[in-house]
Design a protein around this ligand. Structure first.
Ligand code: FEO
Length: 397
């Protein structure tokens, strides 16, 4: 007996939990693991929606066989997304079910070919095209760049279920509870979902908004993503979270992130944080970029309106951890923040100058003159830190 869960009368979740991997995509720490979700629709025709990461697929074919029996084959494999955490079991599935027809769009097949060689049994679908499985009718919605070029969604017109690919996904394994009404979402998933969104999908926020525009007016009773819980009770909750994050809507708070070699820039960070607190700001987080993984820093930047960045000088530029953060933010094109800049140096400087160049590119709202302090910060430096804190607090009010 395998661990499969009925999603609706003819639809099953065949997902798997990954608690072994330390870095998702070999980049992002996942201390709470991740789930890879695949779905099987057993109708007059049978369709499999996305597969799994190969490392979690050892009993995948057994699960399918247990549900459909030894004598039936799968008619369609629908590929909403080709990234290997979902396409990893394609080879195994097509070998076991050689007559399966693969459904995707033109871009899907270009990637499929480059990963798994030419597959001759495929059906290219266009935006809005429908197929019938018997009782279930499926409609394909092209949502490119959420977050790869080929990404699409499959909408079950019959049960009003959206198979959304990575969209509405989250880090975090499914520990018994599969559906949103079976879990404590805010306690266990919210942070992981925002960190997933901001780091994996956030760069393509404008494409997420385009996908929302396309889905406007479509009745959605359930969202089945490729990662994290299935939404069936409070679908609007996950929709509004993704909508808010992709519009860069933030909370009234401040995240201070610094790189400090000998503690002087760190002292300025703590002083700014205290002055923010004296201004009545309660949501204040302070991080050392050399210690905290960048994915958590980006998560906090996605959360708070105020961003204060500090760096000591290092070889006439920023400390490399801060350079990595600012370069990543530029690359992602993150929008709509209040910005404060500070730092310190021992001889020639360069850290704050480099931070200012970041500001010129990112064009956030710089609240005060950048503070570049020589040596150990003194009264004048702390006075300027207070001015920065007051300015950002004022704008937040
Ligand atoms: Fe979960 Fe973009 O793969």
């Amino acid at each position: 007996m395998h661990n499969t869960v009925k999603v609706s009368d003819k639809i099953y979740w065949l997902g798997a939990n990954d608690r072994r991997t330390h870095l998702f995509e070999n980049l992002w720490p996942i201390p709470n693991g991740i789930s890879y979700n695949s779905y099987l629709i057993i109708d007059e025709k049978i369709a499999l929606v996305d597969t799994l990461h190969f490392s979690t697929a050892d009993d995948y074919l057994d699960k399918i066989e247990e549900l459909i029996g030894k004598d039936r084959s799968i008619d369609y494999l629908i590929i909403n997304h080709m990234e290997p955490d979902h396409s990893g079991a394609i080879k195994a599935v097509t070998e076991k079910y050689p007559n399966i027809k693969i459904i995707g769009n033109l871009k899907t097949f270009k990637i499929l070919e480059s990963y798994y060689g030419y597959q001759d049994k495929w059906k290219q679908v266009e935006d809005g095209e429908e197929i019938s499985l018997g009782y279930h009718k499926l409609k394909f919605v092209m949502t490119p760049w959420v977050h790869w070029p080929e990404t699409m969604m499959t909408y079950d017109v019959t049960d009003k279920i959206l198979f959304s690919g990575d969209a509405f996904g989250s880090f975090g394994t499914l520990d018994g509870g599969i559906f949103d009404d079976e879990i404590e979402f805010d306690d266990y998933y919210l942070e992981d979902m925002r960190r997933y969104y901001s780091n994996i999908v956030g760069q393509y926020s404008n494409m997420v908004q385009k996908a929302f525009a396309k889905l406007k007016g479509v009745e959605i009773k359930m969202i089945c993503s490729t990662h994290g819980p299935i939404w069936r009770t409070d679908v609007n909750k996950v929709i509004s979270l993704y909508d808010k994050w992709s519009k860069y809507e933030t909370e009234k708070g401040v995240v201070i992130i610094y790189g400090s070699m000998y503690g002087n820039t760190a002292k300025m960070a703590d002083y700014i944080a205290r002055k923010l607190s004296e201004n009545g700001i309660k949501k204040i987080r302070v991080y050392d970029a050399s210690k905290t993984h960048i994915s958590y820093l980006i998560n906090e930047i996605w959360r708070y309106k105020g961003v204060v960045l500090g760096s000591s000088a290092y070889n006439s530029g920023m400390l490399p951890t801060m350079e990595n953060l600012t370069r990543t933010l530029e690359h992602m094109g993150v929008k709509d923040h209040l910005l404060g800049l500070f730092g310190s140096y021992s001889w020639n400087g360069g850290g704050v100058k480099a931070l200012h160049k970041f500001y010129e590119t990112i064009q956030w709202d710089l609240v005060s003159e950048p503070i570049d302090s020589k040596g150990i910060p003194g009264d004048e430096t702390f006075k300027r830190c207070e001015i920065l804190a007051n300015a950002i607090a004022e704008k937040l009010k």
